[in-house]
Ligand binder design. Structure first.
Ligand SMILES: Cc1cc2nc3c(=O)[nH]c(=O)nc-3n(C[C@H](O)[C@H](O)[C@H](O)COP(=O)(O)OP(=O)(O)OC[C@H]3O[C@@H](n4cnc5c(N)ncnc54)[C@H](O)[C@@H]3O)c2cc1C
Length: 530
């Protein structure tokens, strides 16, 4: 356990432009930056490709977007926000919160906006990372921390004819506020976590809404819990109360529900009960029997990201809304044709088709060449997704990931970020304390953990036959489930608190003459510079 709050600011590493380079200024990058400062690491730069902080919560502005887990848990533990308007905070409030954190903790001066990282290479001779920015300069740093997110590549539907469609095609990731729906016939593709928030917003305003459903979704009733001003005042004056509420929600999510991914054989009752509640919800909300059947999934609750909604199922009662379950055969210039030959003329196509978090180019969003010149994404493509404690990989010294393989926890994304940040700080402070500037996880530590993770795989609901028809993005191209950390939060928390430095090679960098010179490797920025 470390405590390094009182260290003096970092001495500038004269071999580099900056000691630490962080890529991305979303929940992960802001959280990392705040904690770096708190621990006396002031020599760092955050590169952000956009013009503002916030990541996901800056880029997504579609109507209806709210957090889909209670927002009492959706904040940094050290910066509670007592005045969320609802437990389902809207996107604008989450963005305000992140901007507030960046301002309050003075993170903005460290951020270089509109700098998109093109690639990063470990220079094994000098022991530094060399990170190039598209159309711009190259930064050298002793340490590189990736916070580029994981919902980074929007998935467009792969349907013949989409490119020839003459009307508007919009992905929910890039919402357009200027779109007018009053006289429009809208094709809506996708009924996942985004679709169930966005489609009900369009139903009352579009002339016609055809919702194309490939896989139905289980939804629970959404308790409309506003945080009344009196409760906000109480949280503000007695922060301990809000902390208790946060821990209660954590406990319900982690101990009550997450075991379906860690101990399915013991927790299948939970999935079955939630499935029953959700099934009843469908029958209560939708009048037509055939519609009820079409909206009912044939896979177990939890195989795909489940959610809460009171208006998704119900919108199919409207005369201007149609549920289409036949597959789309092709798209024509002004219509969508399904496999049963039916042609539906449409003016706009909305794609709420999600992301490909574990596609090869998604994580990180740029090539990262390690000490032998292998791009991390290639390494994972041949060795499957793996990382020690989800944040560091052998062969990639001085490089850390906030969201790496097997990092999703049952609590909240913020809690997950805080675990990664704690581990990274543990490494940085240990290196500093020992006068080292080279840190790399040992192959043994990484292998042992990967073995333990693989041994837990059969206990995850997602790989059971109950999920065979779910088309879940939780399973990657190797048949693994690289999102879920297969342990409950307390174990992961303890692991991060007790991270042993014996799992790492920690030393003062020395020149390694046998290494291939960095300049001989292909550089993405040179190949595909805009
Ligand atoms: C629509 C939507 C709703 C969600 N709702 C929830 C929810 O309710 N609850 C929950 O727990 N999670 C939710 N998530 C998950 C969400 O991804 C996390 O909540 C969180 O916002 C991710 O933060 P991040 O900082 O890791 O990544 P991001 O928010 O993606 O931020 C990454 C940042 O890195 C920048 N970047 C990326 N590549 C580069 C590069 N090459 N160079 C420079 N900068 C780069 C990006 O511009 C971005 O600012 C949701 C995700 C989406 C897409």
């Amino acid at each position: 356990v470390y405590d390094n709050h009182h260290q003096s600011p970092s001495p500038t590493d004269t071999a580099c432009d900056t000691e630490i380079l962080v890529v991305g200024a979303g929940v992960s990058g802001i959280g990392m930056a705040i904690k770096l400062k708190e621990h006396g690491f002031n020599d760092f730069i955050v590169l952000e490709k956009a013009g503002e902080v916030g990541g996901t919560w800056r880029d997504h502005t579609y109507p209806g977007l709210t957090v889909d887990i209670p927002c009492l848990t959706f904040s940094y533990s050290f910066e509670p926000r007592p005045d969320w308007s609802s437990i389902w905070a809207p996107q604008r409030e989450v963005l305000d919160y992140l901007q507030h954190c960046a301002r309050k903790y003075d993170v903005y001066p460290h951020i270089r906006f509109r700098e998109e990282v093109a690639d990063a290479t470990f220079d094994a001779e000098r022991g530094v990372w060399s990170t190039s920015v598209r159309g711009g300069r190259t930064y050298t740093s002793r340490y590189l921390i990736n916070a580029s997110g994981y919902f980074t590549i929007a998935r467009m539907p792969d349907i013949p004819g989409l490119a020839e469609f003459q009307g508007e095609v919009v992905h929910s990731w890039r919402w357009r506020d200027d779109l007018e729906f009053g006289t429009k016939r809208v094709a809506f593709i996708g009924t996942g976590a985004t679709g169930i928030q966005l489609a009900p917003e369009l139903a009352p305003v579009a002339e016609r809404l055809h919702v194309f459903q490939r896989t139905p979704i289980w939804l629970l009733p959404k308790p409309a819990l506003k945080l009344r001003p009196s409760l906000q005042r109480l949280f503000a004056s007695v922060p301990a109360l809000q902390r208790i509420a946060r821990w209660l929600v954590f406990a319900v999510m982690d101990l009550g529900y997450y075991p379906v991914y860690t101990h399915y054989e013991r927790a299948k009752g939970v999935s079955a009960v939630l499935q029953k509640i959700s099934h009843r919800h469908i029958r209560k909300q939708v009048r037509d029997r055939t519609l009820q059947d079409k909206l009912t999934p044939d896979y177990a609750y939890g195989c795909k990201r489940p959610s809460f909604s009171n208006d998704f199922y119900a919108m199919f009662n409207r005369p201007n809304v149609e549920l289409v379950t036949e597959s789309i055969a092709r798209i024509e210039r002004d219509a969508i044709v399904t496999t049963d030959g039916q042609r539906r003329p449409v003016d706009v196509i909305i794609c709420a088709t999600g992301y490909a978090p574990f596609d090869k180019d998604s994580l990180p969003t740029y090539p990262v060449y390690g000490k032998d010149g292998t791009d991390l994404r290639e390494y994972w493509d041949t060795h499957r997704y793996q990382a020690f404690r989800g944040f560091t990989v052998h062969g990639y010294p001085n490089f850390f990931l906030i969201f790496g393989p097997y990092t999703i926890l049952g609590t909240s994304y913020f809690a997950m970020v805080e675990v990664a940040v704690r581990q990274i700080l543990r490494c940085l402070t240990a290196a500093r304390g020992r006068g080292a500037n080279y840190i790399e996880v040992t192959p043994k530590a990484q292998e042992e953990e990967f073995r333990a993770i693989r041994a837990r795989k059969p206990h995850n609901l997602v790989v059971t036959p109950n999920c065979a028809t779910s088309n879940t993005y939780y399973i990657d191209r190797f048949g693994d489930t690289p999102g879920f950390r297969p342990w409950l939060h307390p174990k992961t928390w303890l692991h991060s608190r007790l991270l042993r430095m014996s799992n790492f090679e920690l030393r003062q960098h020395r020149v390694l003459p046998s290494q291939t010179p960095v300049e001989t490797r292909p550089r993405v920025s040179e190949e595909v510079a805009p």
